[in-house]
Design a protein around this ligand. Structure first.
Ligand SMILES: Cc1ncc(COP(=O)(O)O)c(C=O)c1O
Length: 396
């Protein structure tokens, strides 16, 4: 007689994977894929091609035959450049030989950070709404996401008192991502200081995803790890995808104290080995000579940001002013539709794709994410179409 299988063995899929909720917007993206002539404000990536000098550096390295694995930590020259970049930008020192790890985008760095510090049942506090991977990576690492509501009235900023109210003896870390996807919010320095003080007092780690650090408009980015006493309590995540228009190269990094980087490297070594070699060469060139390209793109995003935000407000969709990243997050509550209804109808009736805000958490309901990393002419045409659409469904 064969032994009865335990419940967890009757399904081929692990409980952990099952706990990650399937994306509520899959139907919407399936629909999008089947349509032509759509203006997409949906995808969160730059419309620029990677600047030529960066592509050229990578092409040249391939011509020279640089096609092998690199060290697990990443190329020494890249780690050195990253260390100098963080020193120059925020006056914070990381040893390139032991405190920096080059990863396959911030995506991998986030997953490693979670798996390196979380024990089953540990709680991770994060803002709602937030980037979709924060919740999923926490669950996949065996942790429990604890969402802190944020809203338009408070500029989608995270309040330290709201965090403190959710701290329990299971809380392991606070996960922040500013400038923020999907809202474009940037946290003011004093509010980050309050959260840092709280983290120190409760002995919590902060994982700080600063992938949009260089995409800020008329405001300074504060690096969380550079705040007093935070260097050793912070896992700083950064990357090249957004600022340098390098999404396809898949390069990011983590900076933290040596124990954390050792733990993350242990996982990275057995699962990834090393980040793509050509991407690392391109990242060195980006850090060494990419500043002018970044400034040009930031100026351009800023022009588009103003057109998008003013346009949405003129249409009657109230829109909090995003000061970072490349997203606007207008309220669509005045149309009396849910986020999903609005996005689906707008796509079908006017061929404009936006992302329903509830994809980013409960507090995103009543909003849609509009990415303005697309040409001005497309933004203007999209605004015309949204205007026509909103006029049809009378405002309250
Ligand atoms: C907030 C945030 N973090 C991380 C990522 C992933 O970036 P990468 O391309 O470096 O993996 C994204 C991509 O959209 C993002 O918006």
């Amino acid at each position: 007689m064969t032994a009865k299988k335990p419940d967890s063995h009757t399904s081929p899929i692990s409980d952990r994977v099952k706990r990650v909720s399937p994306s509520g917007i899959r139907k919407f993206f399936d629909l999008l894929a089947s349509m032509n002539d759509v203006i997409s404000l949906g995808v969160g990536e730059p419309d620029y091609t990677t600047p030529w000098h960066i592509r050229e550096a990578a092409i040249y390295s391939i011509e020279k035959g640089s096609t092998m694995y690199t060290s697990n930590l990443g190329m020494p020259d890249l780690r050195q450049s990253l260390s100098s970049h963080l020193k120059d930008s925020y006056n914070i020192g990381y040893n390139p030989d032991s405190e920096l790890l080059v990863t396959v985008g911030v995506s991998e760095a986030l997953d490693l950070a979670m798996r390196a510090i979380i024990n089953p049942g540990d709680e991770v506090i994060m803002p709602d709404p937030c980037y979709v991977s924060y919740n999923a990576c926490t669950i996949l690492a065996g942790g429990i996401p604890i969402m802190v509501p944020t809203g338009e009235a408070g500029g989608f900023e995270l309040d330290s008192a709201d965090i403190e109210a959710r701290i329990t003896d299971k809380t392991k870390a606070i996960l922040l991502g500013y400038p923020a996807n999907p809202t474009g919010a940037v946290m003011p320095r004093n509010k980050l200081e309050q959260i840092a003080e709280l983290a120190c007092r409760h002995n919590l780690f902060i994982i700080s995803d600063e992938i949009y650090a260089r995409l800020v408009y008329g405001i300074e980015h504060t690096c969380l790890a550079a705040l007093p006493d935070m260097r050793d309590n912070t896992i700083l995540l950064g990357g090249f995808s957004k600022s340098y228009a390098m999404t396809g190269w898949r390069i990011g990094y983590a900076a933290a104290n040596q124990d954390i980087i050792d733990a993350m490297t242990k996982i990275h070594k057995y699962t990834i080995m090393s980040a793509p070699t050509m991407g690392q060469v391109a990242a060195i060139e980006a850090l060494e000579s990419g500043d002018a390209s970044v400034s040009e793109m930031v100026e351009d995003y800023n022009r588009r940001r103003l057109v998008m935000v003013n346009g949405l407000c003129d249409i009657g969709l109230s829109c909090f002013e995003p000061r970072g990243a490349f997203y606007a997050f207008p309220s669509i509550k005045s149309t009396c539709m849910t986020s999903e209804e609005f996005a689906e109808k707008l796509l079908v009736e006017e061929r404009v794709a936006v992302v329903p805000g509830n994809a980013f958490g409960k507090c995103g309901e009543g909003y849609v994410r509009c990415c303005y990393a697309t040409s001005l002419s497309e933004i203007e045409e999209a605004l015309e179409r949204i205007k026509r659409f909103v006029a049809k469904y009378k405002l309250k």
